[in-house]
Ligand binder design. Structure first.
Ligand code: ASP
Length: 343
């Protein structure tokens, strides 16, 4: 497949794409008392109008309408916001005059929101998330350029049908693959092992490849009013079964284990998870390593215990897919593995 490229020339304002910007807070909307401060600031306190006003060049690439959907630090994100965002995106995407949608978000849980939307929004129109590592008040704040990049991608023909995208630091990532990989670096988002889909710079949007797995309209998943309880536990030296037993007693529907290496699990936790699965709790093995894939039966007897391998999904994305699969009525190990092998 040839690369898909869109270059924005200075079109007349009426010919520019119309982009809806949904703001949810995050560091991109953060503010500190001192311009030199890049930690310990308050996230999610600057309104979307001020974010847009800081980027006059936006008027050269799009006609924008903006909404403040939330004003939170995304570390505190509640999955109910995915229901709200999904509903609002559906309404906007159904409008003929809207060409694309941008969501501004905190970096901490951006990859989870992006994947939840990638699996559930039913539109070919570009939906692009962006964020920032430095608050809007900082010297060399990265939010304005990231916002310009995201709006440029959302308005490009090349981004149509590519699923939910993350535009960050000039790169364009697939929502499924991208992860936050640094606590403070401005270049904080990567798609480990797989790489970005393309890049955006100076009005030019270029895709070098497309995501192969089904997404958006090609999945059976929808954002529902409620999300099944699924939690993540980690495996490590000296781990006990206390957390798994407590979660099962609390009635969770699924547990994702952030295993060591190839999703391997401490024998104590594995025994507890085996009992959980026998009692009807879905168990998915992911890895805490941060890149690579988890092989089925490679580090745990999945067939014998009814566990599912997360493949290349990190534990937090595996949790998103497991919640959606359970909400769709799937809970048998074979059906869940099929879902994890597909999406
Ligand atoms: N804690 C912030 C958030 O996720 C961090 C950021 O946006 O960079 O909202």
């Amino acid at each position: 497949m040839a690369p898909m490229i869109t270059t924005h020339t200075s079109a007349s304002p009426a010919a520019l794409p119309r982009i809806a910007v949904l703001a949810t807070g995050g560091t991109i909307a953060g503010s500190a008392a001192d311009a030199a401060q890049t930690s310990g600031y308050q996230a999610g306190v600057v309104g979307v109008d001020r974010l847009l006003a800081a980027v006059p060049a936006l008027s050269q690439v799009a006609r924008i309408e903006a909404e403040q959907v939330a004003s939170i630090d995304s570390k505190d994100l509640d999955v109910a916001l995915w229901t709200t965002l999904g509903g609002r995106i559906a309404e906007l995407a159904a409008r003929e005059d809207i060409d694309g949608i941008v969501v501004t978000h905190g970096t901490d849980t951006l990859e989870e929101t992006a994947y939840a939307l990638h699996l559930t929004v039913k539109t070919d129109k570009p939906v692009v998330l962006t964020a920032a590592m430095r608050p809007s008040s900082a010297l060399s704040a990265d939010g304005p350029l990231n916002l310009l990049g995201a709006v440029t991608v959302a308005g490009s023909r090349a981004a149509r049908g590519q699923g939910v995208l993350v535009a960050f630091n000039n790169r364009i990532h697939c929502a499924r693959d991208v992860a936050k990989t640094s606590t403070y670096a401005v270049d904080a988002f990567h798609s480990p092992e797989i790489g970005a889909l393309g890049w955006v710079q100076d009005g030019r949007v270029e895709f070098q490849r497309a995501a192969l797995r089904p997404h958006t309209s090609a999945t059976p998943f929808v954002v529902g009013a409620s999300w099944p309880a699924v939690e993540v536990v980690a495996s490590y030296a000296g781990a006990s079964r206390t957390a798994v037993d407590a979660l099962v007693a609390a009635g969770v529907r699924g547990i994702v284990v952030a295993g060591t290496g190839n999703g391997s699990i401490h024998a104590t936790i594995q025994a507890a998870l085996g009992e959980a699965r026998a009692g009807g709790v879905a168990v998915v093995r992911a890895s805490r390593v941060g890149s690579g894939h988890v092989m089925r039966n490679g580090a745990a007897p999945d067939d014998a215990l009814g566990f599912v391998s997360a493949g290349t999904l990190n534990p937090y994305k595996a949790r998103v897919l497991l919640m959606l699969a359970l909400a769709a009525g799937e809970s048998a190990p074979a059906a869940l593995q099929q879902i994890f092998d597909t999406y």
